[in-house]
Write a protein that binds this ligand. Structure first.
Ligand code: PLP
Ligand code: SF4
Length: 441
């Protein structure tokens, strides 16, 4: 049975039948916050994921619908006032743009990771860790629905200067031809699975030839299993997608679908289960990841349930992230201590098969930093941390220590422990380190 995608955004979400039963304040909040934050949902999310009997407290509603509390009070007030006064569109847009720019739309210096090919700056590529290249195909810079916590939202809201998108698969291939150290290509977005099968093939199939034998793994980062599982079931080109996956496996490469699941309910529908089965039948692996988000998944039981269900379905739990310092972070953020407690309480409830997951991790300038825990060393309470990925690979897996801080929500708020001036990876006498990818110095 095929299913047609209906997209809902600010201009037409009132057509969602369930919206009529929402309190007026919630509608007003969508109108106001929805100007600033990404807002897009669809009929699958509305019909099968959201619990409308308690929408205001429902994590899946919160995942897609902008809320008042996601904006700073003064920002909310500015937009609300303009809308109430019928301010002209351009003035509203200017104000909205200013607010967006104040929300740290490009966290963790992603622009530092954009490499060159000769003199050409390859805007659609990020190369931060030697073995893995991120590729942002320009047709994949949107999603089947938008997460309110998304840190890639500038890519969707027309802030084109910040858009890491690249048209030519050719340039990408030229880059990979030279960089033989790269073993993994990660297609990301937005969501690359919004592309049609032939566009996706145009990017992937050339990499399966012998000249790209160093590329061992193709990864696709996607939330399509949550937002539109019919991508693999009944869309017009769903069979072509599955066929492309078959081809990658037949070429002797690893295909890993990096699936984003934020809540166990996303794994509950017949459609998602069928889609997972169909992907796995090609020989592809599905690895799962999610940020830890207040109001959405801030209870250990949800995580243990999610990991167990993923293993039941043949998926491999991979990363738990700390919410990034961007967008509506104040609404979603949790102190690092709380993140670690949620992680370990969930981790200890599950068997070793679920313990492939690593976290809680922060993707910062320096690398992916895991909070290993809180411990007391000779009377001083400290965070124990380590790099899961480091801008310099030599940093990886060396435990290091930061002063305990019950309020810290991100690595940049932490100070070295034991009265040290700097962390081991920072340059002498400063709190800085080289942000250029070491490969391109
Ligand atoms: C996480 C990440 C990768 C992939 O790292 P793995 O540990 O191999 O999954 C690559 N590039 C960037 C920028 C990342 O944040
Ligand atoms: S699916 Fe990913 S890229 Fe798309 S809105 Fe959600 S977090 Fe952002």
């Amino acid at each position: 049975m095929s299913k047609a995608l209906s997209i809902y955004m600010l201009h037409n979400y009132r057509n969602i039948p369930q919206v009529a039963s929402l309190p007026d304040e919630i509608i007003r909040d969508i109108e106001v916050a929805g100007r600033v934050l990404p807002f897009k949902t669809n009929n699958y999310v509305v019909e099968q994921l959201i619990d409308w009997s308690d929408a205001e407290n429902d994590p899946l509603f919160t995942l897609n619908f902008p809320r008042r509390e996601m904006l700073e009070k003064k920002h909310y007030a500015t937009v609300e006032k303009m809308l109430a006064q019928g301010t002209d569109k351009d003035t509203v847009n200017d104000a909205v743009q200013k607010i967006r720019l104040s929300l740290n739309p490009n966290p963790a210096g992603q622009e530092h990771n954009v490499p060159y090919l000769g003199k050409v700056r390859l805007k659609g590529i990020q190369h931060k860790y030697p073995e893995t290249v991120l590729f942002f195909p320009s047709q994949g810079q949107t999603c089947h629905a938008y997460c309110t916590f998304c840190f890639r939202w500038p890519q969707f809201s027309g802030m084109s200067e910040l858009k890491f998108a690249m048209k030519e698969a050719d340039l990408f291939q030229s880059y990979l031809r030279i960089h033989r150290e790269v073993t993994d290509v990660l297609l990301t977005g937005g969501d690359p699975m919004v592309m049609n099968a032939s566009t996706l093939s145009a990017y992937i199939e050339p990499l399966l030839s012998a000249e790209f034998n160093h590329i061992r793994s193709i990864r696709i980062g996607t939330k399509s299993l949550t937002y539109w599982p019919y991508r693999y079931l009944s869309d017009a080109d769903s069979d072509d997608i599955i066929h492309l996956f078959d081809k990658i496996i037949s070429a002797g490469r690893n295909l890993s679908v990096q699936a984003h699941f934020n809540h166990p309910r996303e794994l509950s529908t017949g459609a998602v289960r069928k889609a997972i089965g169909r992907i796995r039948a090609t020989g592809a692996q599905i690895r799962t990841q999610s940020p830890l988000l207040r109001h959405i998944n801030d209870r250990p039981e949800l995580w243990s349930e999610m990991w167990r269900t993923q293993v039941d379905l043949g998926c491999i739990p991979y990363y738990m992230f700390v919410a990034r310092d961007t967008g509506a972070k104040p609404f979603f953020e949790l102190p690092l201590e709380k993140c670690w407690n949620i992680f370990r309480k969930a981790y200890r409830r599950v068997s070793g098969l679920c313990r492939t997951v690593r976290g809680p991790g922060m993707s910062d300038h320096a690398g992916k930093i895991q909070v290993l825990g809180i411990q007391e060393v000779k009377g001083e309470k400290v965070f124990v941390l380590r790099f899961l990925q480091g801008r310099n690979p030599k940093w990886v897996d060396i435990p290091f220590f930061a002063e305990y801080d019950p309020h810290a929500t991100w690595f940049n708020q932490l100070k070295p422990a034991f009265g040290e001036e700097k962390f081991f990876f920072e340059e002498h006498g400063t709190r800085h380190f080289d942000t250029k990818p070491f490969l391109f110095e």
